[in-house]
Design a protein around this ligand. Structure first.
Ligand code: TYD
Length: 269
């Protein structure tokens, strides 16, 4: 057995890991490489998923939110509708893919999640960070990742790459201008530096409380965000992700070993 494969004895639900970043930063490649590594070295039951569209229903929503062309300006999907569509996708994704896997003790890696909406939809005039946050807390019942890797890269290079990958299909986000992408990069960096999940104090009258999902105490104590410099070559970036993950995991283990309440916080029931 590999020395890192100790997950299931320590945690009563799987670890939840997200990859975030702007378009063309190489985030999806890194999520995939980390998934392969995690299956070999950490938890062989690890699953890799993504947003938007990581479920059957989500695929239908992805088509609308990413590729629907409006017939006229009156027919356009508004920023609010867009934010709601991403939240619907996320809600279904959590209920049908992410949470069942975490509950079964599997490690879940997702290529984009909650923070993509804060970074992207939060750029839209009229939608405050707090409204996006609240909408998504409702959609996910408050499920936040235990660890988030932000693949950070300058938008000019990132966009050039994104353009190469677009192919022929219209993509609502990649066709945005450089200022938009720079703002997203900055927003992600602000979120990562702040690291407070500051709106996560709200009480929901939902039947599943956020404390049931979240290892909140530990998440509060350990830095959820890990900024990875995406400029280096793919292998180097991958190595940085692994190093950050192992550091995080060592701290998590240390906390679990010293604190019973930590373990209680991780429990499903
Ligand atoms: P994705 O398929 O991950 O594309 P890329 O590989 O270029 O990152 O994401 C699709 C686009 O949708 C991307 O431009 C970001 C955007 N998006 C949002 O605006 N809000 C969201 O909540 C999510 C999940 C994605």
């Amino acid at each position: 057995m590999n020395k890192y494969f100790i997950k299931s004895e320590q945690l009563s639900r799987g670890l939840f890991i997200s990859f975030e970043g702007g378009d063309g930063t190489g985030k999806s490649t890194q999520a995939e490489l980390f998934y392969e590594w995690a299956k070999r070295n950490f938890d062989k039951s690890t699953i890799l998923t993504f947003e938007p569209g990581g479920s059957s229903f989500g695929q239908e929503i992805r088509q609308i939110v990413m590729h629907r062309k409006s017939k006229s300006s009156k027919d356009a999907i508004t920023a609010k509708t867009q934010a709601l569509l991403f939240a619907i996708d996320r809600s279904y994704h959590v209920d049908n893919v992410i949470w069942p896997a975490l509950k079964a003790g599997k490690t879940v890696i997702t290529d984009r999640y909650f923070d993509s909406s804060v970074a992207y939809q939060g750029q839209t005039v009229g939608l405050s960070d707090e409204s996006i946050y609240n909408l998504n807390m409702f959609a996910t019942n408050g499920l936040l990742p235990d660890i988030t890797f932000l693949i950070d890269k300058n938008s000019v290079n990132a966009l050039a790459l994104a353009k190469q990958n677009t192919g022929t299909k219209y993509d609502r986000f990649e066709t945005q201008d450089i200022t938009f992408h720079n703002k997203i990069r900055q927003k992600y960096l602000d979120l990562a530096k702040d690291n407070s999940d500051k709106f996560n104090q709200i009480n929901y009258n939902d039947k599943i409380s956020s404390s049931e999902f979240n290892n909140k105490k530990l998440v509060d104590e350990l830095n959820r965000w890990h900024i990875i410099d995406g400029k280096a070559d793919i292998k180097r970036v991958h190595q940085s992700v692994i190093e950050e993950f192992l550091q995080f995991y060592d701290s998590l283990k240390a906390k679990l070993l010293v604190s019973d309440s930590g373990k209680a916080n991780l429990s499903v029931d």
